[in-house]
Write a protein that binds this ligand. Structure first.
Ligand SMILES: CC(C)(COP(=O)(O)OP(=O)(O)OC[C@H]1O[C@@H](n2cnc3c(N)ncnc32)[C@H](O)[C@@H]1OP(=O)(O)O)[C@@H](O)C(=O)NCCC(=O)NCCS
Ligand SMILES: [Zn+2]
Length: 189
């Protein structure tokens, strides 16, 4: 029998389990306790968890925000947003999604992302995402392209400076700097 996947809001008791998933899938120290906590405490911030048999197997972070807040939270130069006349606020900023290694490619990421979009879509006019490209593969790309997301831009070395400053270890690059690229996806709703 296939195990049931349950998706719901994460709580403060889930933070340690989420940090373990961050370490094993994204990179050591990539997200701190305090960073995750802000998604639990603020209205318009979301931290969703996927549970199978009482175990947290994945999570997803997103928020509803204004353009200035989006710019403030993106890394590097954000001038490309000023030229985009179709970009309308509020924005659903889809930030990070990760699934435990042994549970990947079973459809959990797709469900988690769909859940997050269904909950917040009617509050936004644009969906904005930063997708991690690992070497030449963007694991999240196929899932979100199926939903109609379009590539706005590829940004090489997106996390380079940030990884040096905050000293996190990318799962692919190891010790900083991270040399991975980001693919920016956008959906005008
Ligand atoms: C990306 C991720 C969230 C997807 O979640 P998931 O539960 O594995 O995804 P699904 O099972 O719903 O997969 C749907 C599709 O995503 C793609 N995909 C998922 N993982 C992939 C990988 N490692 N390489 C290439 N494609 C991948 C595949 O096209 C897959 O469809 P398929 O299995 O029929 O080929 C998950 O694999 C993960 O946590 N990866 C590591 C961290 C990461 O890259 N996070 C995204 C940051 S933007
Ligand atoms: Zn990297």
């Amino acid at each position: 029998m296939k195990a049931e996947i349950n998706i719901s809001n994460a709580t403060i008791r889930d933070i340690e389990a989420i940090i373990k998933i961050v370490t094993n899938t994204l990179g050591n120290q990539y997200l701190t306790h305090a960073q995750i906590n802000q998604y639990l405490e603020n209205i318009n911030f979301y931290c969703h968890k996927a549970i199978i048999n009482n175990e947290i197997v994945g999570f997803s972070l997103s928020r509803i925000c204004r353009i200035n807040d989006l710019k403030h939270n993106l890394l590097g130069n954000t001038d490309y947003l000023d030229d985009d006349e179709k970009l309308k606020e509020p924005i659903l900023f889809r930030e990070t999604t990760a699934i435990k290694k042994e549970f990947q490619r079973k459809g959990i990421g797709t469900k988690l992302i769909q859940y997050g979009i269904d909950i917040a879509k009617n509050k936004a006019h644009t969906i904005f995402r930063v997708a991690w490209q690992q070497k030449d593969i963007t694991p999240i790309g196929k899932i979100i392209e199926k939903e109609g997301a379009k590539i706005l831009k590829k940004i090489p070395n997106y996390w380079y400076e940030d990884s040096l400053k905050r000293k996190y270890q990318c799962q692919v690059c190891g010790a900083p700097p991270c040399k991975c690229s980001a693919i920016i996806y956008i959906d005008y709703l």
